[in-house]
Design a protein around this ligand. Structure first.
Ligand SMILES: *Cc1c(COP(=O)(O)O)cnc(C)c1O
Length: 403
């Protein structure tokens, strides 16, 4: 154990790797002693444009010299602008800015409940979620996620969430009742292990919501802002939600999130019904606008799709080369996963030893979430380092047999 962790006064809720990243350049993150890591984690899908992107640095430093914070008591021109751009590029007509993903989901949950209450049905407050989901760490979002390990010990579970298996229409239909307000789902589960919702099931969710008058909530906190090769993952499915939470990539590393909705879905959120001190802060809005300048520029998402295809093809070869280690390649765009036969945490450590940062996920998956700006050479370098990591894992497997 490093002296840093032995003497740390931070809550020990994270098993932190013993490296400290001091600066970054594009897809590279660098420690104080100059060790360079190729960053295929991007701060868990946050640094969408890599580290120290000149356009983002410029936007943030310019704004830092003007004004940092005003509160939501005043008009926010950059917030108005960012909200309008998000609406123009999506299904949405209304936006509420937050500081994090969990807060965006809290807004989504409150909005879905309030929608029905404002229509005279306060009894419709329950939300159906799906096994393996992750929606954040607030009291309501751990209840929504339904993972016992995050719920245990924190008092009574927040009421109003019913969880059903991932792709089980009969169970879903049985869970929908007169108290149901909404269905809430990640189009591709991130923390849960890169599980994609089958296209027909997602379309079915939309139909069921329309039949029963339910809000359809997509949690695109991880899948959004270009990560899957489209601006939002729902575009792959030809199905739009009523409410959508976003965060992670939209700030490019600056903490921010948002809840997007149709005018109808947002109709209960009237004056005074919700609020935030920091959400929509001018620094965040400046960076969010700068992120969109890049992501929505003509050709950018085409580049992401091309890069993703190249990476995916290389990973398929890698799987063939390491059948003892890699079971399956999952995901979409630059949100890819290696489902492993060997422990994913060992693989993450071996990748780090080979100079590559990747992120573990549920279901024994290793997540590859490189910045969307990576090029051909970084794809090749990343795959070479994954090959090295898989080789090291195989050598470990071979050891007991040789003894
Ligand atoms: C990261 C994540 C969250 C939580 O976001 P925070 O910013 O950590 O609160 C919620 N949902 C999904 C799908 C996520 O990936």
């Amino acid at each position: 154990m490093s002296t840093a962790s032995a003497s740390s006064v931070l809550l020990p809720t994270y098993a932190r790797a013993p490296i400290a990243l001091e600066r970054g350049e594009g897809a590279w993150a660098i420690t104080a002693d100059g060790t360079r890591y190729l960053d295929f984690g991007a701060g868990i899908a946050v640094n969408a444009l890599g580290h120290a992107h000149p356009h983002l640095v410029e936007a943030l430093t310019q704004q830092a010299q003007r004004i940092w914070h005003t509160s939501n008591l005043y008009t926010m021109p950059d917030g108005e602008k960012l909200a309008r751009r998000l609406c123009e590029a999506t299904f949405a007509e209304r936006v509420f800015f937050t500081n994090s993903g969990a807060e965006a989901n809290e807004c989504a949950i409150k909005m879905a409940r309030k929608y029905h209450a404002a229509k005279g049905h306060p009894e419709r407050y329950r939300i159906v979620t799906f096994e393996g989901a992750f929606h954040g760490r607030t009291l309501a979002t751990i209840a929504a996620g339904g993972q016992q390990k995050y719920i245990d010990g924190f008092g009574p579970k927040v009421d109003g969430f019913d969880q059903v298996p991932f792709d089980d229409e009969a169970a879903l239909k049985a869970a929908i009742g007169p108290e149901t307000a909404a269905l809430m789902i990640e189009p591709i589960q991130g923390e849960g292990g890169l599980r994609s919702v089958p296209m027909r099931f997602l379309k079915r969710l939309r139909e069921l919501c329309d039949e029963h008058g339910l809000m359809l909530i997509f949690d695109e906190i991880q899948t959004g802002v270009g990560r899957t090769g489209k601006f939002f993952a729902y575009e792959h499915y030809g199905v739009a939600p009523d409410i959508m939470s976003i965060a992670k990539g939209i700030g490019g590393g600056f903490p921010m999130g948002a809840c997007l909705a149709t005018e109808e879905a947002a109709s209960g959120m009237t004056l005074g019904t919700h609020g935030t001190t920091f959400g929509g802060n001018p620094l965040a809005m400046a960076v969010g606008n700068a992120v969109l300048d890049v992501i929505l520029a003509p050709g950018f998402l085409d580049h992401v799709q091309k890069t993703a295809l190249r990476l995916r093809q290389s990973l398929a070869q890698l799987k063939d080369q390491h059948p003892q280690v890699i079971e399956e390649i999952r995901g979409e765009g630059l949100m890819l996963g290696l489902k492993l036969k060997t422990p994913n945490t060992d693989f993450v450590a071996q990748a780090r030893a080979a100079g590559l940062l990747v992120v573990a996920a549920g279901d024994n998956v290793v997540r590859l979430l490189p910045p969307l700006i990576i090029g051909e050479s970084e794809v090749a370098e990343g795959v070479a380092r994954l090959d090295k990591a898989a080789g090291a894992v195989e050598a470990e497997l071979a050891r007991p047999a040789a003894e």
